[in-house]
Design a protein around this ligand. Structure first.
Ligand SMILES: [Zn+2]
Length: 170
């Protein structure tokens, strides 16, 4: 019994991947329903079962939203390695607090931006208005790409039926 099964939450959101024995246990325990079958069947002394490829939980599981860790690297990546004040690229970059720390600004996604050294210096401990600087766009928390967990499985033809569930609403 090899092969993997895509597990969807009750609301059809992809949750995780499990192996076949676990998927069978969930289906027979009435904790999940089968949405798609695999091409293989599993034979037991008494019966033959079609293997599931995609199952859906009967009850919604609440789990915290996966988040991108706040690091220099991730802030630079979010901002496309571009100074958010002057738009320069390919220069030495620093992290700038939009509201300086000693004026109540915190280390959060919406208060940290990528800045070149010159803009960072010009801004210093001032607020945007005081420094006469404008941001290219409002800083935000990037969305975690949960689909990157599932997409490698699509290289296996047997998991082809996952595709329509992974990209629902995409
Ligand atoms: Zn700059």
């Amino acid at each position: 019994m090899d092969g993997v099964v895509l597990v969807l939450n009750q609301n059809y959101e992809p949750l995780n991947v499990c192996n076949l024995p676990r998927a069978f246990r969930m289906v027979f325990g009435e904790r999940a329903e089968v949405l798609e079958y695999d091409h293989q069947s599993i034979r037991t002394p008494r019966a033959e079962y079609r293997a599931p490829a995609v199952i859906r939980l009967q009850h919604q599981i609440h789990r915290p939203r996966p988040r991108v860790k706040l690091t220099r690297r991730e802030v630079f990546a979010r901002d496309g390695h571009t100074c958010q004040y002057c738009g320069r690229k390919g220069v030495e970059l620093t992290l700038d607090h939009v509201v300086p720390r000693h004026r109540g600004g915190s280390d959060t996604w919406d208060n940290l931006v990528t800045a070149c050294k010159a803009c960072n210096h010009r801004k210093g401990s001032k607020l945007l208005d005081e420094a006469r600087l404008r941001l290219a766009r409002r800083p935000f928390e990037p969305r975690c790409d949960v689909y990157s967990v599932f997409t490698p499985y699509l290289r296996d033809d047997r998991n082809e039926s996952w595709r329509s569930y992974l990209f629902l609403g995409h």
